[in-house]
Design a protein around this ligand. Structure first.
Ligand code: HEM
Length: 147
């Protein structure tokens, strides 16, 4: 019950994470390219993406220990690595945590910049790499099959 609720929530908030991150990356890329002034709305866009990425990873961390898949570690041990599905869910996908680290670093760095272009650039690069990493480790097949 709790597991299902958590899994569904983690699965739905994933859309918000991808949308807010994409939006923040495109907005920062354009701001940097067009040499635009860094405004309050840019701060909000970056902040929304940061918050949703953090929520997503926090849900993911709890989900990791409540999913029935987790028992595969005690049942199969290193055999988990030989099963493509289990390897994806229990080993590769959790690397999404590195993405949230990158996004957080990008957020703190951008605030320390002296020029608007440098602020946009930090968001573009760090959020961009974080987004690519998330796209790379998403369990696309199970996610799409759920709808
Ligand atoms: C921002 C990063 C993340 C995104 C966008 C994301 C997204 C997703 C999506 C879309 C699914 C598929 C849900 C379904 O099949 O309905 C999923 C499953 C899962 N995620 Fe994440 N996730 C992220 C980070 C994490 C992290 C850091 C962990 C754990 C440390 C984690 C743990 C899990 C687990 C265990 C499942 C499988 C649940 C199950 O099928 O029983 N996720 N995630």
């Amino acid at each position: 019950m709790f597991y299902q609720l958590l899994r569904n929530t983690h699965s739905l908030t994933a859309y918000i994470v991808l949308l807010t991150l994409c939006f923040a990356v495109v907005n920062a890329g354009l701001g940097w390219w067009q040499k635009r002034k860094y405004e309050k709305k840019d701060l909000r866009i970056g902040l929304f993406a940061l918050i949703f990425t953090h929520i997503q990873v926090s849900l993911g961390l709890i989900l990791y220990f409540v999913t029935p898949l987790f028992q595969s570690w005690s049942a199969m041990g290193a055999g988990v690595m030989k099963d493509a599905y289990l390897r994806k869910m229990l080993v590769e996908h959790p690397f999404g945590i590195v993405a949230v680290t990158l996004v957080t670093i990008g957020w703190s760095l951008h605030k320390k910049q002296k020029t608007d272009a440098a602020a946009f650039k930090r968001i573009f690069i760090f959020y961009g790499i974080g987004l690519l990493l998330i796209l790379g480790v998403l369990p696309w097949k199970t996610w799409m099959a759920a709808f």
